[in-house]
Design a protein around this ligand. Structure first.
Ligand SMILES: Nc1ncnc2c1ncn2[C@@H]1O[C@H](COP(=O)(O)OP(=O)(O)OP(=O)(O)O)[C@@H](O)[C@H]1O
Ligand SMILES: [Mg+2]
Length: 259
């Protein structure tokens, strides 16, 4: 369950990239404000190129903001901090390491016994027993994403940032990965900030969906998804939330409107 303290707290955040001309910066984020509470699952949706990845990169400490503050667990973000925040990347696994070496990668400071125990536990949780000694090239795309999830959990970061983690997977694998992620999020009590341009995915996963506007982007709307899990994708509540987000983004559910 979420409690009241924000774990991620962003106030009036602005971010620009230097442009081709020195006096013409590319304004990406403007007046972005958002809060994520402990244990929440929040999705961010928005048009392509609006600044979703940029926002996650600022919050993860990989990019500096131009103005405003981003705080995680009360402290301003000053750089990457993998113990606190795990940034889940689409191709985050190391191809030259086995599954168990990948999952144990961030655990070098722990004892060998503790490391082995954590690695075993999280490999089992994501259903990869029997593949401990396999290399990523010997796995399917979905299995590689499971390795990345196990790695994030083993590292024990309290906040997971995920940027379109399932975008490259086929439809059925994507559905399965969403179910697994929700199950693991519930059992491990993590906080998740998840970027996707798939509105149905957002409504399936999130406690709240934040809708970003076109660039320069701000948080345009917040839609609370107060539906029981596992979610029924035919239920009136699900369809209403989905259609509401489509209409905020200027589209209808059948692909009409501006893209
Ligand atoms: N390193 C960079 N230098 C200059 N401009 C950049 C840089 N990275 C991103 N941008 C610009 O910032 C804007 C936002 O990019 P970003 O990748 O954050 O969008 P996004 O919402 O994640 O898009 P998508 O949905 O396609 O992943 C784009 O106009 C992009 O061209
Ligand atoms: Mg992106």
């Amino acid at each position: 369950m979420a409690n009241a303290d924000p774990i991620v707290d962003v106030a009036d955040l602005w971010m620009s990239f230097p442009g081709k001309q020195p006096d013409q910066p590319v304004h990406v984020l403007e007046r972005v404000g958002l809060q994520v509470r402990h244990g929440e699952f929040v999705c961010i949706v928005g048009p392509s190129g609006c600044g979703k990845s940029t926002l996650l990169n600022v919050l993860g400490g990989f990019l500096g903001e131009t103005r405003g503050t981003a705080r995680v667990e009360g402290a301003p973000v000053r750089g990457p901090d993998p113990g606190r925040i795990f940034v889940f990347q689409e191709n985050g696994v190391f191809p030259w390491l086995t599954v168990e070496q990948n999952v144990g990668f961030g655990l070098w400071q722990r004892s060998a016994a503790e490391r082995d125990e954590r690695v075993r536990h999280y490999i089992a949780m994501v259903g990869l027993q029997g593949f401990e000694r396999s290399y990523p090239r010997e796995l399917s795309g979905g299995m590689r994403q499971r390795v990345e999830i196990a790695r994030a959990l083993a590292a024990n970061a309290r906040v997971l940032f995920m940027d379109e983690p399932f975008g490259a997977l086929d439809f059925l694998t994507r559905l399965k990965m969403r179910q697994d992620l929700v199950r693991i999020w519930q059992s491990e009590n993590k906080t998740v900030l998840f970027v996707t341009h798939d509105i149905e995915e957002a409504v399936q996963l999130a406690d709240r969906v934040l809708v970003m506007s076109k660039r320069p982007a701000t948080i345009q709307a917040e839609v609370v998804i107060d539906l029981p899990r596992p979610r029924d994708l035919d239920s009136p509540g699900y369809l209403a939330a989905r259609d509401r987000i489509f209409s905020i983004m200027g589209m209808d559910a059948h692909g009409g409107g501006v893209s």
